[in-house]
Design a protein around this ligand. Structure first.
Ligand code: VGL
Ligand code: ZN
Length: 234
């Protein structure tokens, strides 16, 4: 039996309309994510927060003469410069008003090192510093992750690619995601699909959850990794 986690990426005020780095239509994902989080099948719901110090290296304001959306070379590779966003503890870094975080087992923060960005919820932008999420999920015998949130073309995409790389069966929920680059959604989804991700709508995930729950014993046993048959989405 697969153990499933829902990863809700960066659903934060700064990525919503009116925020410092607003994702167009970002508010449209709140309702589907709320519904996904309350499905009964999750072994864990994980929320991530982009959580930067005020002098973070990804902020254009940290580089005199540079403007947001320019790109610069840093020791770990190219870095897009952004408007100041998701400063740790600020209102912009908070979850939207009335967003009920109580179904979440873990709230994971990333991008906390001033000298290093982290789009991915798994590995920071140097390609090697772990956030701890891989260990958390594997420790709970989770072998499949469903990913939604903001922004499809940055933190969702890099999280999905790293989840695949870490060996998780990975499903993206496109109607619970929104992209910074409007119009690029299909290309971005195709890129993730090419790398091994599957795509399911929020209502398909809900239908599966209902089906799966009917067939599960109520005292769900935690199996060892070896005892698990390979996961495949029914
Ligand atoms: C994100 C740009 C900068 C994201 C975070 O959550 O997709 N994008 N920091
Ligand atoms: Zn950021």
């Amino acid at each position: 039996m697969c153990q499933d986690a829902l990863l809700v990426i960066d659903l934060q005020n700064d990525f919503l309309p009116g925020g410092a780095l607003a994702v167009p239509g970002g508010d449209r994902v709140i309702e589907p994510i709320r519904d996904l989080m309350t499905l009964p099948n999750w072994r864990a719901v994980v929320l991530t927060q982009d959580w930067h110090p005020a002098d973070h290296v990804s902020f254009a304001s940290s580089h005199p003469g540079r403007k947001p959306f320019e790109s610069i070379a840093l020791s770990y590779g190219r870095q897009t410069l952004w408007p100041d966003h998701c400063v740790a503890g600020s209102e912009g870094a908070a979850f939207p008003p009335d967003f009920d975080t109580s179904p979440a087992r873990l709230i994971l923060r990333k991008g906390m090192n001033a000298a290093l960005d982290s789009y991915s919820a798994f590995i920071e932008a140097d390609g090697k510093t772990p956030t701890g999420l891989d260990g958390f999920l594997k420790n709970l015998n989770i072998d499949r992750v469903f990913v939604c949130g903001l922004a499809l073309d940055y933190c969702v995409k890099f999280g999905v690619l790293d989840a695949l790389h870490a060996g998780f069966e990975t499903i993206v929920i496109p109607d619970a995601c929104a992209a910074i680059a409007v119009g690029q959604e299909t290309d971005i989804l195709n890129e993730m699909r090419t790398k091994g991700a599957r795509i399911m709508t929020a209502s398909e995930v809900a239908a599966r959850a209902a089906h799966k729950t009917q067939h599960l014993p109520s005292n769900r046993r935690i199996n060892g990794q070896d005892a698990l048959p390979k996961c495949t989405v029914e």
